[in-house]
Design a protein around this ligand. Structure first.
Ligand SMILES: [Zn+2]
Length: 80
């Protein structure tokens, strides 16, 4: 993940949330066109991409969705 902030150019960005997600047969979560957020200036923007998250979750469960966001944020941290 090396999405730079279009507003301030900071590299400290990561997937923030998505309105459109699905789960495939193997339990992986696929998020389409997620929103990214910048740590530096708090700018938020949508990225046209498909993001695959290994952590399965229940799309009807608010707590699980929070876990999903934490999982993709963690993935970004680990990659950096
Ligand atoms: Zn920024």
């Amino acid at each position: 993940m090396d999405r730079k902030c279009p507003q301030c150019g900071s590299a400290e960005t990561g997937p923030s949330f998505t309105f459109d997600y699905d789960r495939d047969d193997s339990g992986r979560v696929v998020a389409r066109n997620p929103f990214f957020a910048c740590v530096g200036c708090e700018h938020t923007w949508q990225v046209e991409m498909v993001l695959v998250v290994a952590e399965p979750f229940d799309p009807d469960d608010d707590e699980a969705i929070k876990g999903f966001v934490e999982a993709i944020n963690k993935e970004v941290v680990d990659a950096g």
